[in-house]
Write a protein that binds this ligand. Sequence first.
Ligand SMILES: NC(=O)c1ccc[n+]([C@@H]2O[C@H](COP(=O)([O-])OP(=O)(O)OC[C@H]3O[C@@H](n4cnc5c(N)ncnc54)[C@H](OP(=O)(O)O)[C@@H]3O)[C@@H](O)[C@H]2O)c1
Length: 227
Amino acid sequence: MTAIQTTLVLGMTADGKITAEDPKAPRDPDPIDYAHLEHEVSQADLILVGAGTIRAEGGTFTIRDPELLAGRNVRGQSPQPITCVVTRSLEISPDLPFFQQDVERWIFTTGNGLKHSSSVASLQKRADLIDLGDTELDWDRAYTLMAERGIRKVVAVGGGSLSAALLQAGRIDDWWLTIWPIIFGGTTAPSPVEGKGYLPANAPHLELIETRVIGSEVFLHYRTLRK
Ligand SMILES: NC(=O)c1ccc[n+]([C@@H]2O[C@H](COP(=O)([O-])OP(=O)(O)OC[C@H]3O[C@@H](n4cnc5c(N)ncnc54)[C@H](OP(=O)(O)O)[C@@H]3O)[C@@H](O)[C@H]2O)c1
């Protein structure tokens, strides 16, 4: 394993949903959770984000707080972390606002995606396209490449499919889960970890290492216990 620390940062409702059943339904702004996310992302050399989230939200998270930007400067980090989108298909519209944002962009994808996506030529001009496997992304190769390029701290911001892939690959060191004081309900609304799921006997276990409460919001910090 390479010496890259990976933190997953996600918010969920008190009933465990990361979006409403209708993911396009607007959500009220949440300044407390935003500040928490901004602080965590400000530590990162690279943000990992699933293609589903970039398609749904159109762009990546950027740091604006002057103190956090100054902290990055002191640590020798660029003003914004690299944003790396993860996609098998490479079916991402080059017209998304993401491609206009003032950030360095990488895309982890597959040979199959590079072969079949109709947007390869446009995406190549806007991001560093990195082939990490024929049809499935090889996370060992991804982490070796990141280490070779000087990445030490990764913050993964979801969604649930990306979390499942990173968990399955044994790459999540710690988790920040925000519990929003709200209920979305719904049978198909996604949760922090999608994928095939685990039987209880094989389920990954966590250790709680820190909690914070601000108003009605709870911030839970766990580390993944290695088997
Ligand atoms: N509450 C929160 O904190 C939070 C955080 C993030 C997102 N969200 C919400 O969650 C929703 C999106 O979640 P999601 O689970 O549908 O999407 P996601 O995890 O953001 O993206 C899923 C896509 O990522 C790619 N992907 C995932 N695992 C991969 C792997 N191992 N190798 C290669 N590519 C992989 C695939 O892209 P291709 O289909 O292109 O192959 C897959 O369809 C959005 O509504 C978003 O707003 C909420």
